[in-house]
Design a protein. Structure first.
Length: 150
């Protein structure tokens, strides 16, 4: 089960040098958006992911793919391929912010996601001041929906 809250972030509100945190390039596309079936590449790692319906909490299953299978499936995606740089920024209470800085047609969008061990922790979370609007319950900010935008 994936339990996360999601927030918009404005670059000018960041209180730190973003490049001082670990980061990686991610490329992903969607074979289906309902239910969500995603392919993703991070470096030399490739995977197929299934996500159930839901906004803050949803089932998630990941399966490894070889590069050849990834490339073949990439030709079958709906919408466009999403490219982003993901920064991992530690917070208190053992929480990590995954800050996605979107590239290409989704630039300059920045989304912060925080994953939680349970619903109670998610509901009690107080976001840091540099987070902007919460979009957890706005389905249009799911990556699957963003991949369908023109």
């Amino acid at each position: 089960m994936e339990i996360e809250r999601k927030y918009l972030v404005q670059k000018e509100n960041l209180p730190f040098d973003l490049y001082s945190f670990p980061h990686r390039f991610i490329e992903q596309g969607y074979l289906c958006t309902d239910p969500v079936i995603r392919i993703r590449r991070e470096g030399n790692s490739h995977e197929l992911t299934y996500k159930s319906t839901g906004l803050m909490a949803r089932e998630e299953r990941n399966l490894p793919l070889c590069e050849k299978a990834y490339r073949q499936l990439q030709q079958k995606i709906e919408g466009h391929l999403i490219s982003k740089i993901r920064y991992e920024i530690p917070l208190s209470d053992d929480l990590i912010v995954e800050l996605d800085v979107f590239q290409g047609k989704l630039s300059p969008l920045m989304l912060a996601e925080v994953e939680f061990p349970d619903l109670e922790s998610a509901n009690l979370f107080v976001p840091p001041a540099w987070f902007s609007t919460e979009v957890t319950f706005a389905g249009k900010y799911h990556n699957s929906a963003l991949s369908q935008t023109e």
